[in-house]
Design a protein around this ligand. Structure first.
Ligand code: GRE
Ligand code: ZN
Length: 259
C-alpha cells in the first residue's frame, strides 16, 4: 500500500487560469463523453498506425509534474478523419492515487483508473510548440486503462522505468519496449470518439484533435498501484492525482466512429 497520505493531492488545475489565460478558454480538455449524445460520423474510419510495432529504446524523463516517454518520429498515424499525417512525439500517463481513479476523459461520468496520451504533431512540424500554433497541429490519442486479473505484458517495463526517475529532472532509457505490447489486446482500434480540444496542462493550447478509444487496456491492480507510488513532483511530494478535471463542452459535438 501507499506510504503517502490520501490528503496529499495536487491542487493545481483551478489556479492555472491565473497564469495561463487560455486555460479558461471555450474548447478545453478533457471532457466527459456522454454516449447518448455523441454523433456518428462515417468518415471516422480506422486510424492507420505506421511503425507502431517497432521495438524501441526510448528515453523517459520526470518533468516535475509527469513522466514523459519520448517516441521516434518514424511512428506515424493517418486516416481516421485526420486532416494530415501526424508523427509521434511522446506518450505520458495520467493517474490517480490509492484513493481514487485518475483518467482525464470520462465516459458517462465514469472516471477510469488511468489514461495514456500518445501525442503526435503534423508531419510538417519539428516541435510540439511549433505545432501548437496550428489549431489542428496536434493529434493526441487517449486510451483508458481498466483493472483486470491479467498483467499487462510489457507494462512492467514502464513501472521499472518510473522507479528510475523518481525525482524531477531524472531520465532513463527504457530498452526493448514495444508500444503495441502496452496497448495489449486492443484488436479494435476502430471504435473511438473524436472532438477538438486542448492540452490538459498549462498553457492549455487549443490545438489538439482528440481521439479517445472506446476499448480500455487491461492492467493488474498491483501494476496500477505501483505506478502511483514511485514518482515525486518537483515539490518533493508524491506525484499522484495527475489529471485535470473535465471541462465544459460549450456546445462542441463529440463524434464517434461507431454506427
Ligand atoms: C496532454 O494532453 O497532456 C498533452 C501534453 C503534451 C502535448 C499534448 C497533449 O501533456 O495533449
Ligand atoms: Zn495528457
Amino acid at each position: 500500500q501507499s506510504q503517502y497520505s490520501c490528503e496529499d493531492k495536487c491542487q493545481g488545475p483551478n489556479q492555472w487560469v491565473r497564469d495561463f489565460p487560455e486555460c479558461g478558454g471555450q474548447i478545453q480538455s478533457p471532457v466527459n463523453i456522454v454516449t447518448r449524445k455523441v454523433q456518428y460520423d462515417p468518415s471516422l474510419t480506422a486510424i492507420i498506425f505506421e511503425n507502431y510495432t517497432e521495438v524501441m529504446n526510448i528515453t523517459v524523463v520526470n518533468i516535475g509534474y509527469a513522466a514523459v516517454f519520448f517516441l521516434p518520429p518514424s511512428m506515424r498515424i493517418r486516416g481516421g478523419g485526420l486532416p494530415d499525417t501526424y508523427k509521434a512525439v511522446q506518450f505520458h500517463l495520467h493517474w490517480g492515487s490509492d484513493c481514487g481513479p485518475g483518467s482525464e476523459h470520462t465516459v458517462d461520468g465514469e472516471q477510469y483508473p488511468m489514461e495514456v496520451h500518445i501525442v503526435h504533431i503534423k508531419q510538417q512540424y519539428n516541435t510540439l510548440s511549433e505545432a501548437m500554433n496550428d489549431p489542428v497541429g496536434v493529434a493526441a490519442l487517449g486510451f483508458f486503462f481498466e483493472v483486470s486479473p491479467h498483467e499487462n505484458r510489457q507494462f512492467y517495463k514502464v513501472i521499472e522505468a518510473l522507479g528510475r526517475i523518481q525525482y524531477n529532472g531524472n531520465s532513463s532509457v527504457m530498452t526493448g519496449f514495444q508500444l503495441t505490447d502496452m496497448l495489449t489486446s486492443l484488436e479494435n482500434f476502430s471504435s473511438y470518439y473524436r472532438y477538438e480540444g486542448s492540452l490538459t496542462i498549462p498553457g492549455c493550447n487549443e490545438a489538439i484533435i482528440w481521439t479517445v478509444f472506446q476499448q480500455s487496456i487491461p492492467i493488474s491492480q498491483q501494476q496500477l498501484a505501483l505506478v502511483t507510488q514511485q514518482m515525486l513532483f518537483s515539490t518533493g511530494k508524491p506525484m499522484i492525482d495527475i489529471f485535470r478535471p473535465v471541462q465544459n463542452l460549450n456546445g462542441r459535438i463529440i463524434y464517434t466512429s461507431m454506427a
